[in-house]
Design a protein around this ligand. Sequence first.
Ligand code: GLC
Length: 540
Amino acid sequence: MTTKQNKWWQSAVLYQIYPRSFQDTTGNGVGDLRGIINRLDYLEKLGITAIWLSPVYKSPNDDNGYDISDYEDIMDEFGTMADMDELIAEAKKRDIRIIMDLVVNHTSDEHAWFIEAKKGKDNPYRDFYVWRDPVNGEAPNDLESTFSGSAWEYDETSGQYYLHLFSKKQPDLNWENETVRQKVNDMMNSWLEKGVGGFRMDVIDLIGKIPDEKITGNGPKLHEYLKEMNQATFGNYDVMTVGETWGATPEIAKMYSNPEREELSMVFQFEHVGLDEQPGKQKWDLRPLVMSELKQVLSKWQTSLGDEGWNSLFWNNHDLPRIVSRWGNDQEYRVESAKAFAILLHLMKGTPYIYQGEEIGMTNCPITSIEEVEDIESVNMYNDRLSKGYSKEEIIHSINTKGRDNARTPMQWDSSNQSGFTKGEPWLHVNPNYQEINVEAALEDKESIFYTYQKLIQLRKDNPLVVWGDFELQETAEEVFAYVREFEGERWLVVVNLSNNEQPFTSQEVMKEVLVQNMPVEDSLIDIKLKPWQSFAVKV
Ligand code: GLC
């Protein structure tokens, strides 16, 4: 049994803001809430429905806000709770909902709960975190942190270790403790009462972990906890929830997002963006992307959920390199390839996410030395791999290809000093290409990437086919990705050349109307040659 839903978030388009890098208004080099408020008109013009706001809570910023020391207060650098209330209200006026980043797998080690917990074994907050005795004088087991090294940190005071699946300043919460779950629910309810549009749930697949058995993702009680949370909090509001669900298969995605199970609205899974990594190794261990695999994985996710689940569509976020540099061509075909990836993704089924700057084709920002890197993941990996004998060149190459700072350089607003991001010194260097690539230039150019995104968002708003239509992959040359969407007798054909070369394409379909394109389309689709990165969607 399944239920067909028709929820606002199924036809929504989200825009992710990484506040630290979006818009500074104070001159301290760090973006802030007021900066976001000032840019809402721009986002309204783009047409998005909701903003996924990366964390803005109080934080010592070991992991740029993903280490929270107070869930009910705002980071000093970003502003005040009054600014936050204003942001929610101003966004609402423009029909934009604010989706909060919910980081509850762990807190900061500077959170009051952890400060208490550290005081000793008898402290009432001790069990809020995961503590274990040493085994043979060493860490309880060889679980590793995502940010390199052991996931266990020794605590001198008590002679025990605590678990941190990320940095040692991000101790994992103990979800088996009922009071922890209760406190998280209370906190979520206070945000819901403020009128937020929902939550993006950071590494939510980890909360059911059993560290003693080295089970981290998809633990046995994960779905029980989510059901409980749904009932106690967001299930009582018309909001969306999206789970960051690493390693989800379509079957697992249905467990999270089948409406009948009353857990989350949708998953955000990474299978397609892992295709250029060596299986079983780390994200830094690269291999070339094979187009047929990309087609196979994306179409599998298009067809396997049916009415029993909902998926997110994305190329980028604050943890991933920029798509135009990664799989596109950020030199000769920057504009064409950025539009090609946009057309390919935005006409699929699912809820699309645009990461700040993607809509103007911002690129990766290569570095030459580790001194230029801010991201804790890259810095730790650098030290770890150096000690394991990798060469500096190799490591810097990995960082330039996959490092998270690529996506975190400041938003490029205009060609003025520091790209209009700040009047001071930015916390992370601005990409030197800002004089060419910036919002002001994009808005002035009718052919810019921005207007392709705007068009694609409008197509989704105007056409239920984009939201609900069936999907069918077409047989094509290896480097061409083509599919048909079909809904209530209407058919759209989407054709994307994902290469720097001309590619053959043929279809017997009769073209009725061009819906979107990145260069002029021929009149007939029989035996045509697609130009490098040529992409279009047509009614047939
Ligand atoms: C998620 C976030 C990432 C963060 C990590 C720990 O993967 O997207 O930025 O470092 O969780 O919170």
